[in-house]
Ligand binder design. Structure first.
Ligand code: MSS
Length: 365
């Protein structure tokens, strides 16, 4: 048998038993390791790197990390030490890869076949980006996007735009965006973008730029390939192009983590637990079905409510007699969006929030 894959060096501190190691740049949390106490421990949180992670040496002097600000009245560079003096905020968000759930697309898109585990709920500490922009005199006229650039050293001999991790989000995201240096109470690891990361609450993972070295308010979207052609909702049979919707706000979604489908399940009374979230609209309702979606009951929303960008936990008791059961959940947010039965088909397998795809099949005995 081939040797079990090992954690990459930059993530060697993670809990290997709770992760599916797809590659050195893609680690997924097992459904059975999601935990049931709201916040995802860093040791279990998924990782997705489009380029090799930055070296650990970027953390040697965290406060000296520099960010260039452009598209503001007074452009310039600020160190992390200076950013820490401007303002402060702490926010809980769901961090989820846009490709989470790709593993359920029947056409097997290229890319990591994530099931549920390219997501977690974490708490950030940092500075509101809005306060930094104000300190720099505010936005220049005509700016429509926040463009964040990752600090990775780019491979040589290739067009930088073809590899740089640079994303643009609508300037309205300035309302909630932040520059974070801490996650779950600890200084930000390299694996998750330390020393400093752009966090855009409610937005798909790729928009949360790690080791952010430049923030530009821009009149148009970045010309980087990861923006222009990557992460687009490309209809089946078509080629990616900039006119197609980019992966921005997350859609309403939920899934069951307990029982996870792994291991034995005793027939009889069972506790069904899961998580639900949306792109910034609070979760209002979660229904659960133990017969694959034929009949539904309302679950209880439980646990702390850490705000509109965190996930909510839900719980419902069920009787699961001996036999096979298909457990599914369906979330509704305060804006009235209901988690759909079907995924939106697209070439790269983004944005899967189908309740049917996220079913857990359990055998009670
Ligand atoms: N950033 C940078 N700089 N780089 C890279 O690569 N990636 C993305 C984000 N950011 C990157 C960045 C992605 S894509 C994701 S998901 C995220 O990040 C993840 O995170 P973590 O921390 O978990 O690893 Mo998909 O949509």
């Amino acid at each position: 048998a081939p040797a079990a894959p090992k954690l990459p060096a930059y993530a060697a501190w993670k809990d290997a038993d709770s992760l599916i190691i797809h590659s050195s740049s893609t680690l997924e949390t097992k459904r059975s390791s999601m935990g049931a106490s709201l916040v995802t421990p860093a040791e279990r949180l998924y990782v997705r790197n489009n380029l090799p992670a930055m070296p650990e040496s970027v953390l040697a002097d965290r406060d000296a990390w520099q960010v260039a600000f452009e598209g503001v009245a007074k452009p310039g560079t600020l160190t992390l030490a200076q950013l820490k003096t401007i303002d402060f905020i702490s926010v809980a968000t769901v961090l989820q890869c846009s490709g989470n759930g790709r593993g359920f697309f029947p056409h097997k898109p290229s890319g990591t076949p994530w099931k549920v585990g390219a997501a977690g709920c974490v708490i950030w500490a940092g500075v509101p980006l809005k306060s930094v922009i104000e300190r720099l005199g505010g936005a220049q006229g005509g700016m429509l996007y926040i463009t964040g650039t990752g600090g990775e050293k780019l491979p040589e001999g290739v067009d930088p735009l073809s590899v740089v991790v640079e994303r643009s989000v609508p300037i309205a995201a300035l309302q909630d965006a932040m520059l974070a240096w801490e996650m779950n109470g600890a200084p930000l690891s390299v694996a998750h973008g330390g020393p400093l990361r752009l966090v855009v609450p409610g937005y798909q993972g790729v928009n949360n730029i790690k080791y952010v070295k430049r923030i530009a308010l821009t009149p148009s979207e970045s010309k980087a390939k990861i923006m222009s052609h990557g992460y687009r909702m490309t209809p089946m049979g078509q080629k990616a192009e900039p006119s197609q919707a980019s992966v921005l706000l997350m859609n309403v979604k939920s899934w069951i983590n307990t029982p996870s489908g792994d291991g034995k399940l005793a027939a009889g009374p069972a506790q069904i637990l899961g998580v639900a979230f949306s792109g910034g609209s609070p979760i209002k309702r979660v229904e659960v079905s133990t017969d694959g979606g034929k009949t539904w009951r309302d679950a209880k929303l439980v646990g702390p409510d850490l705000g509109p960008f965190a996930w909510r936990q839900f719980a419902i008791q069920a009787n699961l007699p001996a036999g096979t059961h298909t457990l599914v959940s369906r979330a509704t947010d305060a804006a009235g969006q209901v988690q759909p039965q079907q995924r939106e088909e697209n070439v790269s397998g983004y944005g899967n929030n189908s309740w049917a795809d996220h079913a857990v099949t359990v055998v009670a005995a």
